[in-house]
Structures are given as C-alpha cells and as structure tokens.
Write a protein that binds this ligand. Structure first.
Ligand SMILES: [Fe+2]
Length: 260
C-alpha cells in the first residue's frame, strides 16, 4: 500500500518526538503492508515551521535510519500545508514542497470553515503548476455539513484525501458519515492515514479500505488504491473519477427516460 499523508519524522511537529518513536511508527506501517509513505509534517501551522530543505534533509536521514534498522519502508518528502494568507508568498519564496516526485501539494483547511481566499490560493497554485490535494475535508465543519461545497473545487481540478480514522469511526459518527458521503458523491480521490503515533493515531489504512469496500463497493476501493499507486509513480490522477462520471451519466439517462 501507499500512504500519502503521515506525521512520521521525529521532532518536527505533533508526530513522534524521538527517533525511537518514529522508527516504531515506521515499523507498524511496514507491518500493516505500507511500502511507500509520504512524510508530511505540518507547515505554516503555528508553532510548526517545516520548510522545504528542512523536510528533505530529515527524510534523507530517516531513510538511512530505516535501512540500518532493517525496516522495509520507503519514505518520501512532503508537507501538510495550512491554507493561510501567507501561503502564496511562501510558495514564491521556495519554501513549499509538493509530494516528492509529483506536482501535488497537500493542503490543510481550518477545521471550522472554508477560508474566503481559498479559490484565489488554488488559482495561484495552478499558475505555479501545482495541483492541490485537500487533506481530510470531512473534518472541516462547513464541508461535513454540505459536501457539495467541494464540487466546484474538484471540478476546477482539486483532489480530496479522506483520512482512514474518519472512515473507521475514530472521530465520531458525524465525521464517519461525512467521509462516506464525500466518497459516495465521487468527491474523494485518496484514502490516507494521517498517522501521528502508533497507539492513538495509527494507520488503519487496511481497515478503512475494507470499510469502503463494504459500504460503497469494490470498485471505489480499487480506484483509491490505484490513485495512490499512480501518484507514487508520478502519473496524473483524474479529478473526475470514471465511477463518478458513470454515476452522473446514469443519472442523466434516468432523467431523460423519465422525461420521455
Ligand atoms: Fe496531517
């Protein structure tokens, strides 16, 4: 499996504090069946400040420690970038880091509402050639109440990542239902762990995929797994998934049949 969102590196944010804790978390990732993981420490979210060079160096060092410890996991660099007014200035100053080997940037929305400058921010990122992946939109209250708010963002090119714990119910029924709802509407593209530690915030990636398969069907599960594989292979991901497209086509045909 491939995990595109995690807090794995030691001492950079609210993930593991020590190298030992990070290695323990990496070991549990490998045990879960994860082969490639993107380390995405918080950036532009006070008090965390993890600019491009700092993360790249930490990933190089951590991969050396993994090899020494014999843990079969490949770590790639990234950031979880808070959507804030300073984001674009930061992008132009070279401090932002797309997921390694891709043009995708992982963005974190505030938990309460959608900032009114979000659209402008996404536009500026597009000018730079970057495609946004919105991390856990189901944890944003405004979107959880009305997932359709995501549709114009997805239609203009943004992708969405649902967190495994949201699907497995760790964050409560409301978040679980919101996550399933976003998936069902064809507005989600990936599932990732957002793991912070091996005990309270472990991976649960396999359990989340099983939940999707049980509640939405095997084709959705396969799409999410395939999208993560494509991302890791440096390929582009369709913002409107083939299943979502066939869903809207069948709705259209249903409407045409009823109108006859
Ligand atoms: Fe995160």
């Amino acid at each position: 499996m491939i995990d595109l969102h995690s807090h794995l590196l030691p001492g950079l944010d609210d993930g593991p504090k020590t190298l030992q804790e990070s290695l323990f978390l990496a070991h549990s990732a490998a045990k879960e069946g994860i082969e490639i993981i993107y380390a995405t420490p918080h950036h532009l979210r006070a008090p965390f400040d993890n600019g491009r060079d700092k993360v790249i160096e930490a990933v190089v060092q951590f991969n050396i420690h993994l090899r020494k410890a014999g843990i079969p996991l490949q770590v790639r660099a990234g950031q979880e970038i808070r959507v804030c007014p300073e984001l674009i200035q930061e992008a132009y100053s070279g401090q932002l880091l797309p997921l390694e080997g891709t043009s995708y940037v992982l963005l974190e929305l505030p938990s309460s509402s959608i900032p009114d400058f979000l659209e402008d921010t996404l536009h500026e990122l597009a000018v730079l050639g970057w495609t946004p992946i919105l991390a856990h939109p189901e944890r944003n209250r405004e979107i959880a109440d009305n997932p359709e708010l995501l549709r114009p963002l997805v239609e203009s090119g943004a992708l969405c990542q649902i967190t495994s714990h949201s699907l497995t119910g760790v964050f409560g029924t409301r978040t679980e239902l919101a996550a399933l709802n976003i998936c069902r509407k064809g507005l989600a593209h990936f599932i990732a762990s957002d793991a912070h530690d091996a005990v309270k915030r472990p991976f649960q990636l396999r359990a989340a995929y099983e939940k999707v398969e049980k509640r939405l069907g095997t084709s959705w599960k396969s799409t999410y797994i395939e999208n993560a594989r494509k991302l890791a292979a440096g390929q582009q991901i369709d913002n409107i998934s083939p299943i979502a497209r066939s869903m809207s086509m069948s709705k259209l045909f249903g409407w045409m049949a009823r109108a006859k």
